[in-house]
Design a protein around this ligand. Structure first.
Ligand SMILES: [Zn+2]
Length: 59
C-alpha cells in the first residue's frame, strides 16, 4: 500500500504526516511509494506520530 511522502529538495529526510512540524509546504519532492522503496531516511517526528496514532497522512 502506497503512502505519500515529501521531502525538501535540500534534504533526504522523508515526511509522511501532514501534521508534522517539518512537513514541507514548498520546495519539496512528493512521491507515492511503499516504504521499502524509499531512498534516504524517514523523519523521526513522523515515525513518533505514527507510533502514537497521531499521524495525519496525505490521502
Ligand atoms: Zn516529519
Amino acid at each position: 500500500m502506497a503512502t505519500t511522502y515529501r521531502r525538501m529538495t535540500s534534504s533526504d529526510r522523508w515526511h509522511f504526516c501532514t501534521n508534522c512540524s517539518s512537513w514541507p509546504a514548498e520546495n519539496y519532492v512528493e512521491l507515492q511509494y511503499p516504504e521499502y522503496l524509499l531512498k534516504g531516511s524517514l523523519c523521526l517526528e513522523c515515525i513518533t506520530k505514527r507510533h502514537f496514532g497521531e499521524c495525519d497522512p496525505k490521502e
